[in-house]
Design a protein around this ligand. Sequence first.
Ligand SMILES: [Zn+2]
Length: 388
Amino acid sequence: MTTEPTAIHVEVLPARLGDCLIVECPRLAGPTWRMLVDGGPPDTWPLLEARLRRLDPADRHIDVAVITHIDNDHIGGMLAFLSSDLAADVGDFWFNGRTHLSASAPGRARSIEQGESLVTALLGPPSGNPGAKPPGRALPWNAAFGGGPVETAAPGAPGATGATGATGGVISVTVPDGPTITVLSPTTGGLARLADSWSSSLHDALQPRDRGLAPPADVLGPLDDLPHLAGERTPSDSSVPNGSSIALLLERRGASIVLGADAYGNVLAAGLHGVARARGLQNLTVDAVKLPHHGSQANVVAALLAAAPASHYLVSTNGDVFHHPDDAAMARVVLDAPAGPTLRFNYRTPRTERWADPRLVAQHGYHVTFPDPAHADAGIVLDLPARR
Ligand SMILES: [Zn+2]
C-alpha cells in the first residue's frame, strides 16, 4: 500500500486564548515551503521559539510570516519573534499597517514607503521604545502584494501585478511547487474601519488581554438540544481589529485549508463564494477550516459553514478569558457540516471535552480529537494528503 504524500501539514500550537499556527508544504526536492501565522500572546513565545529551533537548521526558512491583525493574543509572540534572529529567515511578512488602511488623500498609494519598517509600524520608533530592537536589515513586508495591502479585491478590480492575480473578486498568490494562497479577508472596508482607531487598537494589542481582574467562572450548559443551540440568534462580531484580520485559503495538489484568523464569518463566506463562483461551483468543499475567532458564535455562522463544507474543523483556544469555543458555534459545525466531520481541539478542557461525549458523538455522527497527552505541546497536528 502506498501512502499519498502530504500536500499540506498544519500545526495549531497551544497558544492559550490566541492563535499560533505553522503550515508547511513538504517538497520532494528542495526546501519545505513554510508559513507562520501569528505568535499567540506573549507567553507563547518560548513554545514557538523552541518549535522553530527544532527545525533542521538547513531547512528553517519561513517563506511567509502572517500577522493577521493587531490583537494581543495574535501579535504578542510575534513581537518577540521580530526581535529574534529567527526573523531574518523570513521571506515575506504579511501585515496590514496603518499605511494600508485607507487612502485618506485621493490618489495616495496605500503602500509602504521607502524605508518604512515593519517593526516601527508595530512598536513605534526605536527612540520611543527602548525595548524594541530593530533588526539589522529592513524586513520584507507585503512584498507579494507589491508593498500594498493584503486584502480581497473589489469585484472587477484590475489584475494585480507580480506573482498575484485577481479573479472574480479574490486575489491569489501562487508559489512554485508550493501552495496557491487566496486572500479571503479583510475587505478594503474592513481595513478602512480600523483607520480611526489604529492607535488605540494597537495600544490595546500591546497590553495582555487577561491582566487584572479574573474573568467570571465558565458556566457549562447542557448539550442535549443541539438544534436549539445552533439556532440561537447570536450577535455578529463587531470588533474592528477582528474585521481587519488576514484570512487565507491555502490549496496545494488538491488539498485545502481555510485559515480563518479572527475574521468575520460573513466576510469569509463571501470570499469563499467568490472563489467557488469563479470555478463555476455553488460552494467550495475544503479539507479543513481553522474556525475563525477561536470558535466564537459571533463568527462561526451558518453562511460560513455552507460556503466551505469541510472534513476537519480546527479550534484554537484553552477557553481563557472568553470561554471559547461557544456551544452555539460547535453545535452549528456538528449539525451543518457534511457527514462525519472531525472537531480538532488544541486543548482538552472541561468545555471542549463535553463534545467527545460518546452519546453525543454517536447521535450526530462526528469525531473529536485532542492533543496527544504525551505531546500536548504540539497542539493540533494534521497532515492533508495530496489528491492529485
Ligand atoms: Zn483571537
